[in-house]
Design a protein around this ligand. Structure first.
Ligand SMILES: NC(=O)c1ccc[n+]([C@@H]2O[C@H](COP(=O)([O-])OP(=O)(O)OC[C@H]3O[C@@H](n4cnc5c(N)ncnc54)[C@H](O)[C@@H]3O)[C@@H](O)[C@H]2O)c1
Ligand SMILES: O=c1ccn([C@@H]2O[C@H](COP(=O)(O)OP(=O)(O)O[C@H]3O[C@H](CO)[C@@H](O)[C@H](O)[C@H]3O)[C@@H](O)[C@H]2O)c(=O)[nH]1
Length: 436
């Protein structure tokens, strides 16, 4: 089968690599000419474990191609995925301008039956708008071409994107015709050989499933952050509480980690967008409003702990920071808690020395030289009065305490992801503060 994927962001590129790895012929299309030129030259714009190798392998095999011209590609494909960005509008709603621009382009150019699938995260009702946009262009052309729209939200996590795509918990496809359903079932067949996890729904339900899933996960995190903050006040330990509740199979162990707030390109934006969707139809998502406000507060928790430790004054003090990306195994800093923290420390008169294995160039692109970028984790500790752990990269898990102790002015560790053993840190002569 031949398919096109429009948008070569995280989702477009990972989908393109994985579909082509399953023997499907894929053309990835983007309006960004430099990105496409780079991809043609083997340069991958994002860091994602395993992605570069997979792209190179499938390009070499002739199954994965790149183009800036969707019109040229359309004649040869049976399915077109739209995986362009859906950033938040000023009011938090999803901005559909890229999705509808793709629909317009398709309407201007399709000549034969095609299934047009939205993979981007879009509010309920978007497929209808996509359909109307394509139809309006066909009407302008005065031509009749049969097409179907479908919704196939993507559930991959950054840092584990290839594994998530290749062995998904489920694939959700919203369709409104049998013909589209059969075509999508054929496309996903190679992924379903071991376990059939293809769920067909109507289109509005598929669109809602994506927001409901992300909102549920964000809710678990904010709930645990709330519990963590309460644990501190009443003398309980959130790590023990997590284990105690996570072993209840009705609750489950995943996504119960308290920390310094959720970030990334999805949870913050999708929670906001679902709240907006509800408001537009006169409904208040009260739980999600609380989820969002707990998360906003949580992004300041490390800063508050730092200020408390230094009696409200960090003027002129140097702080070491480990981790910048919103989570490990990615260079993505969209909505990263580290950005909030850096700004607060600088505003309070402190200096920040940072290290992240991958995300430092991205951080520099965003905030320039407001902080000192260090060549390794120990260099950040030089003259530091406190060390803040913000992103739980594996290489931070077993630090050499003697090396840290020698470099730091004060032996203070504030752990935003609860990765250290309090006893071990104390035995090494450090003061230790964690979340909850
Ligand atoms: N990042 C993730 O982990 C993830 C996971 C699941 C779902 N999603 C959703 O998938 C969608 C895409 O996310 P992303 O992070 O990959 O996006 P992104 O913003 O990183 O990339 C979008 C790409 O689309 C391109 N584009 C914009 N308009 C175009 C057009 N008219 N024609 C061709 N290309 C165009 C841009 O140049 C860009 O390269 C969003 O709706 C997001 O919410 C993201
Ligand atoms: O127990 C946890 C789990 C995660 N996080 C934080 O939550 C954020 C998001 O993490 P994660 O979900 O692993 O990363 P994303 O790549 O943003 O993936 C989410 O968003 C994607 C885009 O919609 C979806 O496809 C995925 O299913 C969904 O997990 C990060 O800041 C994590 O540090 C916690 O604080 N505690």
């Amino acid at each position: 089968m031949n398919i096109a994927i429009v948008g070569t962001g995280y989702v477009g590129l990972v989908s393109g690599a994985c579909f082509s790895d399953m023997g499907i012929s894929v053309t990835c299309v983007d309006v960004d000419e430099r990105k496409i030129e780079n991809l043609k030259n083997g340069i991958i714009p994002i860091y994602e474990p395993g992605l570069e190798e997979m792209v190179h392998k499938n390009v070499k095999a002739g199954r994965l191609k790149f183009s800036t011209n969707l019109a040229e590609v359309l004649d040869d494909v049976e399915v077109v995925f739209s995986a362009v960005g859906t950033p938040p509008d000023e009011d938090g709603s999803a901005d559909l301008k890229y999705v509808l621009a793709v629909a317009k382009n398709i309407g201007e150019n399709i000549k034969k039956y095609t299934v047009v699938v939205t993979k981007s995260t879009v509010p309920v009702g978007t497929a209808k708008k996509v359909k109307a946009t394509i139809q309006a262009e066909l009407d302008k052309r005065g031509e009749q071409v049969e097409f179907d729209v479908a919704s196939n939200p993507e559930f991959l996590k950054e840092g584990a994107a290839i594994k998530d795509f290749m062995s998904p918990d489920r694939v959700v496809v919203g369709v409104e015709s049998d013909k589209a359903r059969r075509r999508m079932a054929r496309l996903y067949k190679p992924f379903m050989l071991v376990n059939d996890r293809l769920i067909f729904t109507d289109i509005p339900s598929a669109e809602m499933i994506k927001y409901a899933a992300n909102s549920m996960l964000a809710t678990r995190i904010s709930f645990m952050n709330d519990i963590a903050n309460l644990c501190e006040l009443v003398g309980a330990d959130v790590n023990m509480v997590r284990k105690g509740i996570g072993t209840d199979t009705r609750i489950g162990k995943k996504f119960l980690y308290a920390g310094c707030g959720y970030g990334g390109s999805c949870f913050p934006k999708d929670v906001k967008a679902l709240i907006k969707t509800a408001q537009k139809v006169g409904y208040e998502m009260e739980v999600l409003q609380a989820v969002e406000s707990v998360n906003e507060k949580q992004k300041s928790v490390l800063f508050n702990k730092l200020m408390n430790r230094f009696n409200g004054d960090i003027k002129g003090k140097t702080v070491a920071m480990w981790g910048l990306a919103f989570k490990p195994e990615t260079d993505d800093m969209r909505e990263a808690p580290a950005l909030v923290l850096i700004n607060k420390i600088i505003r309070a008169g402190g200096f920040v020395r940072v290290y992240d294995p991958i995300a430092m160039p991205e951080c520099q692109r965003r905030i320039g030289d407001k902080v000192t970028y260090c060549k390794d984790m120990y260099e950040t500790a030089i003259d530091a009065e406190a060390l803040l752990l913000v992103t739980e990269w594996k290489e931070f898990r077993m630090p050499s305490y003697p090396v840290l102790a020698k470099a730091m002015v004060n032996k203070v560790i504030i752990d935003g992801r609860n990765i250290y053993d309090a006893k071990e840190v104390a035995e090494n002569g450090f003061e230790y503060y964690k979340i909850g």
